[in-house]
Design a protein around this ligand. Sequence first.
Ligand SMILES: [Zn+2]
Length: 278
Amino acid sequence: MPKIGVHLSSLDLNEIVNKATYLGCETIQIFTRNPKSWAGPPNHSKNDIKKFKKSLKERNISPSAIHASYLPNLASPDSYLLEKSINNIISELKCGDILGAEFVVIHPGSHKGQGSEIGVRNIIGSINVIFSFIKNPVLLLLETTAAEGNEIGTIDEIAKIIRGCDEKERLGICFDTCHIFAAGCDIVNNLDGVLEEFDKKIGLSKIKLIHLNDSKYECGSKRDRHLHIGDGFIGEEGFERILNCPFFSDIPAILETPKKDDWDDVKNIGMVRKLLKN
Ligand SMILES: [Zn+2]
């Protein structure tokens, strides 16, 4: 059975632990900084960090993942923005190590009209630079995207990125159910076929994390809009299949479903647990 958790947006370490505990999370995903700003992380005291790691351990909440902020673009054609993006991800990996996280999740990038090939090449170059500057055990996970607009992140593009990087062992994949479905992979009617394609092109062992999101739009829509589990085109039946698929049983799963308040998380976790039991 996969470990289930939610994305928690708070930057207060104490609040993260309290919410994760209250929601019954077995794993978590967090931001280390304001995701809509280039500002660095808040200054946590050594004592707060120690307490945070200890509390997660005591509550068996593991692994923890960091979701990078929304601004960095490792495919950017603008050298100023590219350097900023590279520094940002280096900082996220440092934070990951300090906070005891196993993963930093990034969206691969946007080619901004240069085309997929150049975008992929830029991302490979950026990741090679990042890994040459920072050495630590935190894995960098490339998230599958809905391939909306100029966004890079289809199975083929992620396969090319991993193939092109020097330190492949430091890379993994975050499998986002909404994104992969919107990108055109029919995980509702052909989950085995999608996993087979993944295995052939990348290797299933690279999938380290799942994002559980229902999709507001149909398969192949290339539109990235998350919905509560069961409310979208993946639906309860689709999630029942995904959650009980033997391949996913050891992979931690994080809900990134929309929330007005904590009750939405409670509701979605409840739905996932209900579908897992069947
Ligand atoms: Zn996601």
